[in-house]
Design a binder for this molecule. Structure first.
Ligand SMILES: CC(C)(COP(=O)(O)OP(=O)(O)OC[C@H]1O[C@@H](n2cnc3c(N)ncnc32)[C@H](O)[C@@H]1OP(=O)(O)O)[C@@H](O)C(=O)NCCC(=O)NCCS
Length: 333
């Protein structure tokens, strides 16, 4: 699916993030499985990640992020009429995490649902909220992306364990006067879906599901390097922009090697690329908002900056969005 924004301007008016307190370093992981800081840094660029406590679930991490996004937007829960929570690790299948969040935030008038699109979930959720706002169905939406993949990892499998971390982010979206989203490109390839899967998590019966994440790292690596480039090029072309127009590039933080490949192929200068995979690992649906927040804190999300975001992940799925950044409401827009 590809399209450019032709209707009313829709922007991000608030952004908030939250990660668990507990830091797990590569050396800590080397106490658990046969790995080393050197191997992990060389193959992934990851140095540490945040891991939720046993009693922390997705909404415990997502709620502070959502509250921060609302404060940034100068809004309160009662002014939100749509909550979409992108996650593959909800508190439970139902009640949905979005409904729990809406309740905790006092968003009594909100429609609320969870969205499953692997690590691309946040990008899909942005596009859905965009559509609801542009059509006039929603007036102010809260989009949450977050995961606690530590809960579904195989803690004996070094090839997946070292890659992931926990974290969440949220944005408030609404109509604005200038700037905002220019377009989206989203896609899926279920043919490659089993390269990154969670057997036993649904209605398909498996003999020995074990309820853990399984991944064919090499196949996912090949897929990721391909779509990170093709999706970014597609959305840029759709919106009549080029790589030279991009001020800030926010790629999904899966692996530094994948980011380096995409940056090299696209020709985006390193200084325009946001990288925090070293501190958080791959936080799945939390990855893009966490990177956006870092860019903001570094002063890179100036008014009018053209921001390119690209995600990819389980499904297999991918998605890109282009947005002309506008300052948050609380910042005085
Ligand atoms: C997982 C990944 C880092 C593995 O890197 P790689 O260079 O492909 O490594 P390989 O799978 O070829 O494994 C090389 C060796 O390292 C070993 N190895 C794997 N994980 C290891 C670890 N954590 N520590 C030490 N050695 C490890 C393998 O067992 C293998 O050993 P062998 O040669 O004796 O069999 C890489 O494939 C990758 O990043 N894939 C994409 C994953 C991803 O981003 N998924 C999420 C998408 S949203």
């Amino acid at each position: 699916m590809i399209g450019s924004a032709t209707g009313p301007r829709i922007g991000i008016t608030g952004l908030g993030v939250h990660v668990p307190e507990r830091v797990l370093t590569n050396d800590d992981l080397a106490q658990i499985v046969d790995t080393s800081d050197e191997w992990i840094v060389e193959r992934t660029g990851i140095r540490e990640r945040r891991i939720a406590r046993d009693d922390e679930a997705l909404t415990d991490i997502a709620l502070p992020a959502a509250r921060a996004a609302l404060a940034d937007a100068g809004a309160h829960g009662g002014e939100i009429d749509l909550v979409i929570c992108a996650t593959v690790t909800p508190d439970m299948m139902f009640p949905t995490s979005s409904a729990l969040l809406a309740d905790a935030l006092g968003a009594r008038e909100a429609a609320a649902y969870d969205l499953l699109a692997g690590c691309t979930g946040f990008m899909y959720a942005l596009a859905q909220a965009y559509g609801m706002l542009a059509s006039g169905l929603s007036r102010r939406a809260l989009v949450v992306g977050g995961d606690v993949l530590s809960k579904i990892l195989d803690w004996e499998d070094r090839s997946t364990l070292v890659l992931f971390g926990d974290g969440a982010g949220a944005v408030v979206m609404e109509r604005i006067g200038e700037g905002g989203f220019l377009g989206f490109e989203l896609g899926a390839d279920g043919g490659g879906g089993m390269h990154l899967c969670y057997p036993g998590s649904g209605s398909r019966r498996f003999e020995n599901p074990q309820s853990i994440l399984k991944m064919n790292g090499r196949e996912v690596f090949k897929f990721a390097t391909r779509v990170m480039v093709s999706s970014a090029r597609a959305v840029l072309a759709q919106c009549g922009k080029t790589v030279a127009d991009v001020d800030v590039y926010v790629p999904h933080q899966a692996n530094k090697r994948i980011i380096d490949y995409a940056v090299g192929k696209l020709g985006i200068p390193d200084e325009r690329t946001v990288v925090n995979v070293d501190r958080y690992g791959n936080t799945s649906s939390g990855s893009i908002p966490l990177a956006l927040a870092d860019a903001r804190d570094d002063g890179r999300l100036s008014e009018g900056a053209l921001v390119l975001m690209t995600g990819m992940g389980a499904g297999l799925t991918w998605g890109s969005a282009l947005i002309e950044w506008t300052p948050s409401r609380a910042a005085g827009r």
